[in-house]
Design a protein around this ligand. Structure first.
Ligand SMILES: N[C@@H](CCC(=O)N[C@@H](CS)C(=O)NCC(=O)O)C(=O)O
Length: 214
């Protein structure tokens, strides 16, 4: 299988990026600079008309949406530990993955891009303030899960949930949320980022784990 991942440094595409490295998969990384609007170029929109990362191209197939990409990689790269293989552990991991993607992630979108929800500037400010408070609560829920990590979010092997937890905690720093307020998630993120395979993705994205400036 010929894999190509379109990712943006620091974005949610870190999840499949880290997983491809963790699995030791051969893939072509393609960086998309969101701050330069490259996701809205004609070429990129031809690939993904929604103008977002991540996009995984597998042979002739274009796959979007983190949950679908994670499930595809898990099916194609068995044994990599992307998700637990079976049973209730797999069900619980999917439950958390879906929640991270459909609840926590969009809450941060309200913080980072309130203009996607209203063009009224005063309302944008209100949305942002409300979403920051909500985001902190949601990080608290991730913290409760991370506190039970044994030693990783889904059990013995590092995988999708750890990559997402790191990404979501890191984003909090841009919202003025100190990652060290969530010690179990912070510890998990540091351990995950330090894995040699994950470190390759961290380096390629030039990620700073703690972007909180106070
Ligand atoms: N539901 C999508 C969300 C993807 C998403 O929010 N991507 C963001 C980066 S984290 C993006 O590409 N934003 C650029 C934009 O919307 O202009 C998924 O699961 O893949």
């Amino acid at each position: 299988m010929a894999l190509k991942l379109f990712f943006a440094p620091g974005a949610c595409s870190f999840v499949p990026h880290a997983l491809l490295e963790l699995a030791g998969a051969e893939f072509e990384p393609a960086s998309v600079k969101l701050h330069k609007g490259e996701q809205r170029s004609a070429d990129y929109l031809a690939l993904n008309p929604r103008g977002q990362v991540p996009v995984l191209v597998d042979g002739g197939e274009v796959i979007t949406q983190i949950v679908a990409i994670v499930l595809h990689l898990d099916a194609q790269l068995p044994g990599a530990g992307i998700l637990p293989a079976s049973g209730m552990a797999r069900t619980r991991a999917l439950q958390t993955l879906a929640w991270m993607n459909n609840t926590v992630h969009p809450t941060f979108t309200h913080v980072f891009m309130p203009q996607k929800f209203t063009d009224d500037e005063a309302a944008q400010k209100a949305i942002r303030g409300f979403a920051v408070a909500r985001y902190r609560e949601l990080l608290g829920e991730i913290e409760a899960l991370a506190a039970q990590a044994a030693p990783w979010m889904a059990g013995e092997q590092p995988g999708a949930l750890d990559a997402y937890a790191l990404t979501l905690l890191r984003w909090g720093g841009y919202a003025g949320i100190n990652p060290t307020d969530f010690p179990a998630t912070w510890d998990l993120s540091q351990r995950f980022a330090a894995l040699p395979a994950v470190a390759r993705a961290v380096e390629r994205e030039r990620l700073q784990l703690n972007v909180y400036t106070g």
